[in-house]
Structure formats: C-alpha cells, structure tokens
Design a protein around this ligand. Structure first.
Ligand SMILES: NC(=O)c1ccc[n+]([C@@H]2O[C@H](COP(=O)([O-])OP(=O)(O)OC[C@H]3O[C@@H](n4cnc5c(N)ncnc54)[C@H](O)[C@@H]3O)[C@@H](O)[C@H]2O)c1
Length: 361
C-alpha cells in the first residue's frame, strides 16, 4: 500500500480524487487530508469513512503533513497557482507528487519541478486524466501502430460555457497569478491531447480575447496555429462563451490514411472513425458520459501507484504535464508580443498582468 496525503479538498478533490482513492482502496491508504478550510478536509474524511475505509487525519497546514515520514506520496488539488510551491516542498520532504493540471504557471517553475523529481528520484505525475478516456486510448493504439500514415492536421475545439457564478464561486479563477484564463484552466486537457497525438512543436501563433467576462483578468477565448516538427499543423479553439451551456470538446485528427473525430461533451465519444477497410468503431454508439471530468482519475491513480512500485515513469509525467502548459504560455506570449513564439522559451502567466485593461470586479 502507498500511504498518501491529499492536499487541497475543494471541488475536484471531492468529486474525483476521493473516488479514485476509494476505487483503488487495495493499493492506496489515505492517511491525511489537508485544507486551510477545515470543514472541506472533514468533508472528504467523512466520504472516505462512509465508504468503509479508515478515516484520514485532518490537517490545516500541509507542512505538518510533510514532516510525517510514514507518508509516501501527496496528491495536490489546490488552486493552480499553489501547485509549484507545494510540489517543491513535498519533494524536498521526499514525497512522490501527483499534481492537478496545470502543474504550474511558468516555464521556470515547471522545469524546476521536473529537475527536482529527477534529482531526488521521486515520481512526478500530472492529472491529465482524459488520456485514459476509452476513445482516446483506442485512437492511441492506431497512432502507435502507425495506421494514420503521415499526420497532416488536427484540431481541438473546446466550446464550453463558464458564467459569472462559476467565477464568483472561487475568486482565484481567471486571475493571472493563480489560474490563467480558459486556455489554462478548461482547455489544457484538450491541448495536451493534441500535442500528445502530433508530437514536438516548432512554433506557435496565438490570439486571446476577453469577449464576455469583464470581471476576470484573463481570457475567455483563445485560438492558435501550431507548426509541429513533423510538418503537421494544429489548430486550437477554446472558449468559455458558448450560449447558453457547454456544447462540446472535440479532437479531430487527419492523417494520410486515417480520420478520427472524438467529441461529445468532453472528448469521450467517437464521432468519426475511418481507416482502410474500417469506417466505424464498436464504441461509436456508446452514450456520452454526462461529466466533463470523465472517469480517468481512477486509472491515473493506479498507473501512478505502478510507476512508484515498478520505478518507471508515470503515464502522464512531469514532462508531459509541462508540454500542454508550455503551449498555453506560448499562446499568451504570442498574443502579448504579436508574433509567433518558437519553442523553447521562458514565460509566466504573471507576465500577462494588465493585458486586458477592462477589468471590473
Ligand atoms: N483534472 C481535472 O479535470 C480538473 C477539474 C477541475 C479542477 N482541476 C484543477 O484542480 C485544482 C483545484 O480546482 P478546484 O476546482 O477543486 O478548486 P477549489 O477552489 O474548489 O479547491 C481548492 C482547495 O484548495 C484549498 N487550499 C488552498 N491552499 C491550500 C493549502 N496551502 N493547503 C491545502 N489546501 C489548500 C482551498 O481551501 C480549496 O478548498 C486546480 O488546479 C484546477 O485547475 C482539475
């Protein structure tokens, strides 16, 4: 059993980390839950206890938990802007780290996290759970078997709605120092899938807007053209403005010998599947799951456990976590400077402060 502490007991921790821990109860022992808002930690402790598992101890300061030598690993589900410091403190206390997306908000911080995990021989994993969506896994097999032929172009479209009450619920959302805009928050999953499919990037040109959310600092719309090193082109379209509710998140992949479109609410439904002698997929008629989070935290936690016990890279490593955030940062930098951005580069969401001048809180 891996002995684990959960740091940050808000929405995603309550909805998904708790479920992943309960469904993997034979390999994880949740011994501590931490949140400065004690009731939130207590709520998760109650859920764990009600599921028939041992009640975790409650903490309001994560530093106290990091002092415990009996804890092997921490999961971090705090506001995005705190991921970096908590990850570094945890690794300096010799804990493996599974961190929510986005892993951090600057290239410098991400590089430091990756370097520290290597130096200390600790696992660093990132919650891009949509990689485990069954349709995505099916497409991955085709990609690994090279059945697409040369990849030509791909598009990720995140067409969702986030209204004023969503931002009022948690004031850190949409701020440059703790979050970023819709590209960094809602769209990083899809951007990860696009880059995971198409590979290394040469150059990105981006544009962001705040069309409809004058009360947040960051963007509610983002778009980009990516030039991949293999010559393929990627298109990103992400919005939080779709009237009146979430419409779709769709990944389209066009190769010389294959076409796949995975859509539905959140890239969990095969819409189109065409390869030589194949024009459909058995999963095609499955219902679309009704949550944008999918069910990927359960296999992601299991994989992270296996990465520790077998001393191998997690399926979604720190390097993987970095690539998607790097794309978002490149879009921000490109929007700010009005020109394409070549990889590698250095940038931070903090450098976007004041980009949209019309903030009304
Ligand atoms: N993987 C996904 O699909 C997914 C979905 C939603 C959110 N997220 C990510 O999860 C993170 C949390 O999002 P959320 O919507 O749950 O936010 P939230 O505001 O509901 O929860 C964050 C919690 O962290 C707590 N916290 C703050 N500082 C802390 C500290 N020092 N120690 C312990 N706890 C602390 C807060 O009190 C709060 O309860 C964000 O990074 C977000 O991007 C991921």
């Amino acid at each position: 059993m891996i002995r684990l502490a959960l740091i940050g007991c808000g929405r995603i921790a309550t909805k998904k980390h708790t479920e992943a821990i309960i469904k993997n109860k034979e390999i994880f022992d949740l011994v501590a839950v931490v949140d400065p808002v004690k009731e939130k930690a207590e709520n998760i402790a109650n859920i764990i206890e009600n599921a028939g598992l041992k009640r975790p101890e409650i903490y309001t300061d994560y530093n106290e938990v990091l002092k415990r030598e009996d804890i092997d690993m921490v999961s971090i589900a705090t506001e995005s802007g705190y991921h970096y410091q908590i990850s570094v403190d945890a690794m300096n206390s010799n804990k493996h780290v599974l961190v929510e997306k986005p892993m951090a908000l600057s290239t410098k911080d991400m590089n430091h996290m990756i370097q520290l995990s290597k130096e200390k021989n600790l696992k660093l994993g990132v919650c891009f759970q949509n990689r485990f969506n069954p349709p995505i896994q099916e497409m991955r097999k085709k990609l690994e078997n090279k059945e697409f032929g040369n990849l030509l172009h791909g598009q990720i479209s995140i067409r969702w709605n986030r209204n004023k009450s969503y931002y009022e619920q948690a004031p850190w959302r949409g701020t440059w120092n703790l979050d970023g805009g819709t590209l960094m928050n809602q769209c990083t999953h899809g951007i990860d899938l696009l880059q995971w499919t198409f590979g290394e990037i040469e150059e990105i040109t981006g544009r962001i807007e705040n069309f409809n959310h004058p009360y947040i600092e960051a963007e509610d719309f983002g778009s980009a053209i990516i030039k991949f090193k293999n010559g393929a082109v990627g298109i990103i379209e992400g919005t939080a403005n779709v009237y009146p509710k979430n419409l779709e998140e769709t990944l389209s992949v066009f190769g010389e010998k294959g076409t796949v479109v995975i859509g539905g609410l959140a890239v969990n439904k095969i819409e189109t599947w065409r390869f030589e002698n194949e024009d459909s997929h058995p999963f095609q008629n499955l219902p679309d799951p009704d949550t944008v989070y999918g069910a990927g935290h359960v296999p992601l936690y299991r994989d992270f456990y296996e990465s520790i016990v077998n001393d191998r890279n997690p399926y979604v490593s720190g390097e993987d976590g970095k690539r998607a955030v790097e794309i978002v940062l490149a879009i921000y930098k490109s929007a700010k400077e009005g020109k394409p951005v070549k990889i590698p580069f250095e940038f931070s969401t903090e450098e976007m402060k004041g980009f949209f001048k019309k903030v009304e809180k």
